[in-house]
Design a protein around this ligand. Sequence first.
Ligand code: OXD
Ligand code: MN
Length: 593
Amino acid sequence: MKHDFARHGHSPCSNPQVRAWVQETAELTQPDRIFWCDGSDAERDALNAEAVRQGTLITLNQDRLPGCYYHRSHPNDVARVEQCTYICSESEVDAGPTNNWAEPKAMRAKLLALAKDSMTGRTMFVVPYLMGPASSPLSKVGFEITDSIYVVLNMRIMARIGKVAGKHLGDSPDFNRGLHCLLDLNPERRFICHFPERNEIISVGSGYGGNALLGKKCLALRIASVLGRKEGWLAEHMLILGVESPTGEKTFVAAAFPSQCGKTNFAMMVPPAGFDGWKVWTVGDDIAWMKPGPDGRLYAINPEAGYFGVAPGTNAKTNPNAMRTIQRDTIFTNVALKPDGTVWWEGHDDPPPAECLDWQGRPWTPNSKEKAAHPNSRFTAPMANNPMLAPEADQPEGVPIDAIIFGGRRPTTVPLVLEAFNWSHGVFLGATMGSETTAASSGTVGQIRRDPMAMLPFCGYNMGRYFRHWLDMRKAIKFPPRVFNVNWFRQDADGQFLWPGFGQNMRVLQWIIARCRGRASAQETPLGWMPLIEDFNLAGLANFPAGNLERLQAINPDEWRREILQQDELFMKLYQFLPKEMIFQRELLVARL
Ligand code: OXD
Ligand code: MN
């Protein structure tokens, strides 16, 4: 196996800029070996074998889970770390009041000092990768240098890696430089830093997904949002799905939800009973790059090639397509390991195993006090495994977007669905969205964390200017998508969810699509256009009490007075850079209410 490992990885990319940077980085980090990834299946097999030999991966039951492996991360390294994430733009104003900023020269010097000699005795992997379909004008090339074999194996699922990237780049100097060093995983030496003017990322001290798979949050959102503003497109924290009607008509939708709102489930939704002939196709589950096309519509690509999904709560009811997707060629991180070499997590279809090893490798039984799987445990799975992967997902031109949806987790105040009056009102809906914090994430229940367009942790520049960019995009899109606001999480006075969610969200999608196609009527309300109750398809929805739809759509003036005051907190923070339109939209809302 060692021999196999050594046999691969010896065909460096011919781009002179890439070679010079790799050489320079090797001189700095002093690895024993340099391994250039080519993306082949043989290489994957060799890397898997080497990772197992090192103990980084555990081979799962290959009869039940072919091609699947198991990984435990360091217990202090299990999530994104916003407090250690920096935008190192030349000017602090460019990072804006919602990002951590560090002076780029000083931060670079500090990071390079940490990286110095850090790969001695180790292998330095060079991963050429392409974000987006081959030969798409929207795609971008990155190179990640990393000393983590786990990162390489995840990157090859999450992005198109190897020759395809080198081919896309040619001799151009236009690629993202990403340096990732594990160091000793000491949280004191953990920094995820973005240098937008240099198109560069340096991430040290963490091996966890969002901090270490540099193509995902770092390049495809933080750096790409800066590139998008400069080049006239949008890099968004959005899923993309296509709804096919029984007549074969396809409508594509992009949707933004903050983390932990069931985004992957929505992206992979299966229409419920009664929707015969309807299909939902997945283009992407996390990120959308959107640019006006020659026909005046907005086109979107999914820059990724896989899903990095939260495992707990994933089951045949919440996400049957994800369950099918993760049956092979998947890396499971921080879930529970069963004695038969399969995996389990809280909310799995299978009952809790009588015994297993928890995410830290400790014996676990159903009597244990702690959870078997970490709440942020993950599966990394190729999108090609998804039985409902949209055939258009590889289309270089992307898919035309007819609706943009903004959602959040709001137990009160926000209706199930409404449509914006126009584009700038839609931008206001996105700018003011947020989620109620759950006890688990913050210790405070009932606080609304504002998360504009679900981009608060991911916008690589000043959020006020980001709203300006959204407003300005209208001029470049002749046929703009309609904008909607949804909330699956509204509760009654007893804390019971009013809406069943999951597959039943298809009913909301059906109304949204009918609106886009000019087929559904709506009523004007102070908040936006809302479905007429008699127009909304509730046929066959079991156990749905009469009057629940009215409760879901109710506008409570007291709640809205509070809401507007809370929205002001974010606006105050951004005031200096806030487009006037946002203030006008606020005033109009107050007047309507
Ligand atoms: C993610 C996130 O992991 O949004 O996708 O946190
Ligand atoms: Mn995400």
